[in-house]
Design a protein around this ligand. Structure first.
Ligand SMILES: Cc1cc2nc3c(=O)[nH]c(=O)nc-3n(C[C@H](O)[C@H](O)[C@H](O)COP(=O)(O)OP(=O)(O)OC[C@H]3O[C@@H](n4cnc5c(N)ncnc54)[C@H](O)[C@@H]3O)c2cc1C
Length: 532
């Protein structure tokens, strides 16, 4: 049978859609196959309850590449980012609170409540991260060089990276190395003295990481989370108007406007391999589709250990894939409320600065360390670290009039908890999360109308995220850049000719970036020019 499509894409996560959009723009006949009834993968809006548009998984946006927004003309297809000011609120048990955001004067005044020295240092801290982010940012758009380098192109890329590294001043170079290799806590200790400020900033270092903030590796996760630019504002996270799925929809519309086909409820059961070449896919309902290339937006373990027929890949590669760490850590809770929570330290149930951004419910490092210690024993944390967002404050169209959506991200949750698994533990953990919120906002529980909870096991079964890992693989130094997904295969290609990885299991990893899809499409088009 001759190929019908130029490219088949397994999965309509935002990265699969980005890859589809670029290939369609290059004139390719593309078909995206998604097993769920909706597109977007973890970047999705779902009507969980009638009249509520819930970003069931990812809930804030900052890392999306400006190049993707521009080149795919996303604003034309309805993409709009709603900035949050202030962007962060941390209430403390002693009745104080800390607001932070894009407003420098606000930051200085707020931090000075805890430490004048830190207030003076904060602008320098932000500028330092800005310089380091400017150095790292081009790497997100870069197809990683092979490791070890074996082509002149790779040698040249390493050379370019080194030159750019040495263009940083000595202090920034040291800071960059500290971030890449050290812990978020050590890094922040070097800048600040007030625990209230440090714990607020440290949360970025542990989200989805299955690590405590004092463990090496969290420095990079912190950098990863402050590197983005919401509408050109560094480190600021925004809401997507209409929910995160509106972004996936804009990418899909951009792809479809150039002829891409997108099929939902269409599960790929297996990649069809002939010789050493991927030539199509077999769907779960038995239909077979053929193409010149196949791109997988599924995570690397699902792609190579489940979708690729056994025996088609080199044993050594399969073993490397098996060893990718895919730890679960995060639990997502979505609530429908009949009013806003009123916080003891800043009361009020009409929208105020405390409701605008991310609300960090974690008063000190000891609480996170204890929460992590529970996780290490195989149990969901007794007192979880909780982050809360209220997207309806910025975008009332998401819920019926007068109602609100509360999005809660809680750490730490193992994939298969001891003592009865999630079947027994899920409701108990939900209650513990609600207890945390209730501590800071008494009466909040009475406002809850609906609850939707996703444990790591749900993320695995409903969103196809192997291990419940939200990033398609831990974002640790040994699984980044030219080592992602595995050493030797970081350039979106795979040992099978015609099979590519385009999801966040590839460089630059997790988060709503669009970078994996964009880079993968570039490699596919480059290989095509060189006759695949
Ligand atoms: C709960 C949660 C909260 C998060 N919060 C944020 C956040 O606020 N901001 C942020 O930037 N990032 C966040 N992230 C991370 C971010 O959402 C992901 O890293 C990113 O969306 C992954 O995109 P992707 O396109 O690479 O993969 P995915 O979104 O995982 O898409 C893969 C797609 O492939 C499909 N698929 C898999 N197997 C098959 C098959 N056999 N056949 C057909 N289709 C298949 C899946 O159904 C899915 O649609 C969060 C993630 C989670 C889970």
């Amino acid at each position: 049978m001759s190929p019908i499509y130029d490219a088949l894409i397994i999965g309509a996560g935002h990265n699969g859609l980005v890859a589809a959009a670029y290939l369609a723009r290059a004139g390719w006949k593309v078909c995206v196959l998604e097993r769920r009834p909706v597109i977007g993968g973890a970047c999705v809006t779902e009507e969980v309850w009638t009249g509520y548009k819930v970003s069931t998984a990812a809930y804030v946006c900052s890392l999306l590449l400006p190049a993707v927004v521009r080149e795919l003309e996303l604003p034309r297809y309805g993409f709009k980012l709603l900035l949050r000011n202030p962007s962060s609120f941390t209430p403390f048990p002693d009745g104080r609170y800390l607001l932070l955001g894009p407003d420098r004067q606000l930051n200085s005044d707020e931090i000075a409540k805890f430490s004048r020295r830190d207030a003076a240092a904060f602008a320098d801290y932000e500028q330092c991260l800005e310089r380091i982010s400017r150095f790292v940012e081009p790497m997100l758009n870069t197809v990683p060089p092979s490791f070890p380098a074996w082509q002149w192109r790779d040698v040249f890329t390493y050379f370019r990276l080194l030159r750019s590294f040495f263009s940083l001043d000595v202090r920034d170079r040291r800071t960059f190395i500290q971030l890449m290799t050290g812990s978020a806590r050590d890094f922040l200790d070097g800048w600040f003295e007030a625990e209230q400020l440090k714990i607020t900033l440290a949360t970025d270092g542990v989200i989805g990481a299955a690590l405590s903030p004092s463990q090496p590796g969290t420095g990079y996760v912190l950098l990863h989370h402050v590197m983005g630019q919401a509408d050109g504002h560094r480190g600021v996270w925004g809401y997507v108007k209409g929910g995160m799925g509106a972004l996936s929809q804009a990418i899909a519309d951009s792809a479809q406007a150039h002829g891409a086909e997108i099929r939902c409820r269409c599960e790929v059961a297996q990649i069809i391999v002939e010789g050493d070449c991927a030539v199509g896919v077999a769907l779960a309902d038995g239909e077979e589709l053929r193409a010149r290339v196949v791109l997988s937006n599924a995570d690397p373990q699902r792609t190579f250990l489940q979708l690729t027929p056994p025996g088609c890949l080199p044993d050594e590669f399969v073993e490397q894939v098996r060893r990718i760490r895919m730890d679960a850590a995060a639990f997502k809770l979505n609530l429908a409320l009949n009013g806003l929570p009123s916080f003891t330290c800043l009361p009020g149930d009409t929208a105020g600065p405390q409701h605008q951004g991310t609300i960090h419910l974690c008063p000190d490092f000891a609480t996170v360390e204890r929460a992590f210690a529970d996780y290490l024993t195989g149990r969901p944390s007794q007192t979880p670290m909780v982050e809360v967002c209220l997207p309806t404050v910025a975008d009332p169209t998401l819920a019926p009039e007068g109602k609100h959506i509360m999005s809660i991200f809680a750490q730490y949750a193992p994939l298969s908890p001891e003592e009865g698994g999630w079947e027994k533990q899920k409701d108990l953990f939900v209650q513990r999360i609600l207890d945390v919120v209730e501590t800071y906002a008494p009466g909040f529980r009475d406002r809850i109308e609906h609850i939707h909870a996703l444990s790591p096991a749900d993320l695995q079964s409903e969103f196809s995220l192997t291990g419940g890992n939200i990033f398609h693989g831990n974002m640790s130094l040994d699984q980044l850049f030219c080592l992602r997904p595995v050493p030797g295969w970081a350039q979106y290609r795979t040992p099978l000719r015609g099979l590519y990885l385009c999801g966040s299991g590839a460089h630059p990893g997790g988060g709503v970036t669009g970078a994996c899809g964009r880079n993968a499409a570039r490699v596919v088009l480059m290989d095509d020019r060189q006759n695949l």
